[in-house]
Design a protein around this ligand. Structure first.
Ligand code: HEC
Length: 189
């Protein structure tokens, strides 16, 4: 099942996109993102230590060694053999395919668009409505401004425990042009 699903192509970005601009964004992806997000690379889909990526740690802290031990014992008591669950201080780096349908981003959904994820932490949205599933075809993600979004969404506030986005910050040092091109490239994934 895993192999089958891994090989299925994601649904294509359904809005107009600029192929020439996307091509310009590829080198940034290769240089700054591929090592952790390109399928087949050793850093992809593996846990990255929280200390290195700087993400909000609360969700990770909800999973403790005792819980892993109890789960392992319970599964064994059913007569099922499987690799033991473990406690690690890390988050997984997923492949970035079908990204246009996966917003809001990060494990806690704290970043509404790809353009926002490439901003320095202080400039990322702090409070925004979440749950208004209307695509933002420019910034790649979901629309979070305007009365409709306010009405349909619930309020994501990054000052609430577990809802912050202090990291990762890969790509924030790119120029404005490079970021626009990278976002365009990511629409094609
Ligand atoms: C050293 C490894 C590493 C590098 C390099 C890296 N990332 Fe990530 N990325 C991660 C990890 C780990 C997560 C999971 C963080 C979380 O969920 O809080 C992540 C999460 C993401 C997500 C959220 C995915 C989702 O489904 O919510 C996006 C989008 C993303 N990265 C884009 C990028 C881009 C674009 C670059 C290059 C500019 C990049 N990353 C570079 C490790 C990396």
């Amino acid at each position: 099942m895993d192999n089958f699903l891994s090989e299925l192509p994601p649904p294509k970005f359904p809005f107009p996109s600029d192929a020439a601009l996307a091509e310009k964004g590829q080198p940034s992806y290769v240089q700054h993102c591929a090592e952790c997000h390109e399928p087949g690379r050793p850093g992809t889909n593996i846990p990255h230590p929280i200390a290195a990526i700087g993400a909000d740690r609360e969700r990770m802290d909800t999973w403790i060694k005792e819980a892993a031990d109890i789960a392992n014992q319970r599964v064994k008591s059913f007569g099922i053999t499987r690799p033991d669950m473990v406690k690690i201080e890390a988050y997984q780096s997923p492949p970035l395919d079908g990204l246009w349908m996966r917003a809001p981003y990060l494990h806690n959904g704290s970043v509404p668009t790809m353009t926002d994820l490439l901003k320095p932490v202080a400039e990322r949205p702090k409070i925004c409505p979440r749950g208004y599933a209307v695509d933002d075809p420019v910034n790649l993600g979901f629309i979070t401004t305007g009365p409709e979004a306010e009405r349909a969404g619930w309020r994501h506030d990054v000052t609430v425990r577990g809802d912050s986005h202090p990291g990762p910050t890969y790509g924030v040092g790119l120029s404005a042009e490079e970021k626009t091109a990278l976002v365009e490239f990511l629409k094609t994934r």
